[in-house]
Design a protein around this ligand. Structure first.
Ligand SMILES: NC(=O)c1ccc[n+]([C@@H]2O[C@H](COP(=O)([O-])OP(=O)(O)OC[C@H]3O[C@@H](n4cnc5c(N)ncnc54)[C@H](OP(=O)(O)O)[C@@H]3O)[C@@H](O)[C@H]2O)c1
Length: 346
């Protein structure tokens, strides 16, 4: 495994971050395809053994059970200073808004819930899961700074935002001596490259770490077209993100397969090796023990410039998909799947 600094911070993270959204009680939350605690523990242990020290979860993943499984496993298998745990908080719910719970209070409440789920005294990276159009950014940044000051959070990151939003938030923080976002978790992979327009150049300029999610397009970049799995069949949110553009995307997936065959490696390795030429540490989901090996091996695979060009050549601009497409200023959040999920955060 290779390690690098997470942006401007002193956190030394593995070049692969383990995405833990696939761990959790499948009867309690958004996804029917998540794996139980024993399977999650095996995967986490295998990741640690192979040098992965960076783990990503969220309070809304499967009603908090992802955080609980991850917390118990990490506490059992590793020393606290040897891993970096990232978790996330969602926007204020309509109920909180109606009850005048401020952004600052919301952050404090959600963080306390995450710390309880994880069984930890602090998190290394606390991530603003998506822009909250109903809460002033000043309130959010003050709330995040407060939990950093209390020692419950070491650094803050952001996810699912536009570059202008990140610039606005960090400028406010800088001008007021508050903690700034050091990392961005956006939706970025070989078949969804919209982050290249503004976010990636901005982050390079500011030395902000890129830790993209759905690095394998929720499995599509790992297997031949036509091959299927429980997740590919059941993950309706991923279908919603990728089905509309499948025809154009499949041509790129075929090229991934072609290079994998030529190099004698897996498609996962090719897809992640490409992403590793662009970002700090992709967040890679694992639901089977065998998934770890492909992710870890990708760190050693060096693609030639010709291979990179070949993989990139067929991309056509995409409309935003998933959270970035749904989370809109005019929305009050009621219809959002993540607000529904946040309802069980008590
Ligand atoms: N910030 C956000 O809004 C946000 C949104 C989504 C995800 N995330 C984070 O990002 C993580 C990853 O997202 P994701 O699960 O959507 O995407 P992903 O990493 O693109 O896809 C993971 C899937 O790829 C397949 N896979 C992984 N390694 C493989 C291997 N070596 N060989 C074959 N197949 C392999 C598995 O599919 P099968 O299960 O089908 O085998 C696995 O479930 C999540 O766990 C979460 O931490 C964040």
């Amino acid at each position: 495994m290779k390690y690098t600094n997470l942006g401007k911070s002193d956190l030394k993270v593995s070049r692969i971050c383990m995405g833990c959204m696939g761990f959790g009680d499948s009867s309690n939350g958004q996804h029917s395809w998540t794996v139980d605690e024993n399977t999650a523990r095996e995967i986490i242990k295998a990741g640690l053994d192979k040098g992965i020290n960076f783990f990503d979860t969220a309070v809304v993943y499967q009603g908090g059970t992802s955080e609980q499984y991850v917390g118990r496993a990490l506490r059992n298998f590793a020393k606290r200073e040897d891993y970096i745990i990232a978790t996330k908080f969602t926007p204020r719910t309509p109920d909180e808004i109606a009850n005048n719970i401020t952004g600052q209070k919301h952050i404090e409440n959600y963080l306390n819930k995450s710390l309880q789920n994880l069984g930890m005294e602090y998190v290394d990276l606390y991530i603003y899961h998506m822009w909250d159009y109903n809460t002033p950014i000043e309130d959010i940044m003050q709330g995040l700074n407060a939990v950093v000051k209390q020692g419950k959070v070491r650094y803050i990151g952001i996810s699912n935002c536009f570059a202008w939003q990140l610039a606005k938030a960090n400028n406010y923080a800088k001008n007021n001596g508050l903690a700034e976002f050091i990392s961005v978790q956006g939706h970025y992979n070989l078949i969804h490259r919209e982050e290249e327009r503004e976010m990636i150049p901005y982050c390079k300029e500011e030395n902000i770490a890129l830790t993209p999610y759905s690095a394998l397009a929720s499995g599509r970049l790992s297997r031949k077209i036509g091959e299927t799995t429980k997740r590919l069949e059941e993950d309706s949110y991923a279908k919603f993100k990728y089905d509309k553009t499948a025809e154009a995307d499949n041509k790129i997936i075929e090229r991934v397969e072609e290079i994998a065959l030529k190099r004698g490696v897996s498609m996962t390795e090719v897809s992640l090796a490409w992403l590793l030429t662009k970002v700090t540490s992709p967040v890679v989901g694992a639901t089977k023990l065998t998934h770890i090996e492909g992710a870890v091996k990708s760190v050693e695979l060096e693609l030639t410039q010709d291979e990179i060009n070949y993989l990139e050549e067929l991309y056509v601009p995409h409309a935003l998909a998933g959270v970035m497409a749904q989370n809109k200023p005019q929305s009050k959040g009621e219809n959002h799947v993540w607000i529904k999920n946040a309802k069980n955060v008590k």
